[in-house]
Design a protein around this ligand. Structure first.
Ligand code: MN
Length: 254
């Protein structure tokens, strides 16, 4: 695997120039995991990422859409054999989505159990205000030997993070998190070999525009500062972490 930038959670299909952005990631060599929010978006995302060196697509059903789209879990399942990457999935107990939390839990449990049965999946997981519930579900339904969880934009406490680490989870961190004092102290305590980087574009910004995958360089710089390291060493570490994760899920890292 070449050295370089890794954006392990980005929504390429939410930009107006989705195909051009795939090409941009390829040209710049940014290893990008593009997540989907509904399995209806899967076929196009899959098609655009099927011949690529650096871009992979993940099959998702976003917790914020479960209230309206829970029935799509059957579509999600029908595509599952087409990919090793699952997301965006998870739980959201924030005020806008709290009402669907029971339904979200049913869907997320089903996702975890199905991934456990099939084996070899990597999941990028949302856990807003639901760190404990997400970890309870992972602990109950997806042993690390059956699939690997990457907690995206994790906002749990330091002790939640420790529990997640013990469960074998990875963490993808973005520049916005690395500018937040509370998140910074949680990230500073993570084992460095479990840390990946992300933009969560277009939901974060670089300057006055939505972040693009190459902007994950900012997260690397901020992570290097936090760890009192430098950009190259940090980029190398994150690349190594991704390689270890892929090998753990029995995915060819090259
Ligand atoms: Mn996202």
């Amino acid at each position: 695997m070449s050295q370089g930038l890794i954006d392990f959670h980005c929504h390429l299909d939410l930009y107006p120039d989705h195909p051009a952005l795939v090409d941009e990631c390829e040209r710049l060599g940014v290893r990008t995991l593009t997540v989907t929010t509904t399995p209806k978006a899967w076929p196009r995302n899959h098609a655009l990422a099927s011949q690529t060196r650096y871009v992979r697509a993940a099959l998702g059903l976003h917790p914020q859409l479960v209230a309206d789209r829970a029935a799509e879990v059957s579509i999600w399942e029908s595509h599952l054999d087409e990919t090793r990457y699952v997301g965006e999935v998870g739980l959201d107990a924030g005020p806008r989505f709290f009402r669907s939390l029971d339904q979200q839990k049913l869907v997320f449990d089903h996702v975890l159990k199905t991934c456990s049965r099939r084996g070899g999946k990597i999941l990028t997981v949302h856990s807003i205000r639901a760190a404990k519930a997400v970890l309870d579900a992972v602990e109950a339904h997806l042993a690390a030997s059956r699939g690997r969880v990457v907690l995206h934009w994790f906002t749990g406490s330091t002790s939640d993070a420790r529990r997640a680490t013990d469960l074998g989870c990875y963490f993808s961190v973005n520049a916005e998190m690395l500018r937040n004092e509370r998140a910074k102290s949680m990230i500073a305590g993570l084992p460095i070999d479990r840390v990946l980087t992300e933009t969560d574009g277009p939901f974060t910004r670089t300057g006055d525009r939505p972040a693009r995958p190459a902007d994950v360089a900012t997260a690397i710089d901020l992570l290097a500062d936090l760890r009192r390291s430098n950009r190259d060493a940090t980029a190398r570490q994150v690349t190594k972490n991704l390689r270890t994760l892929l090998i753990a899920a029995d995915i060819d890292p090259d």
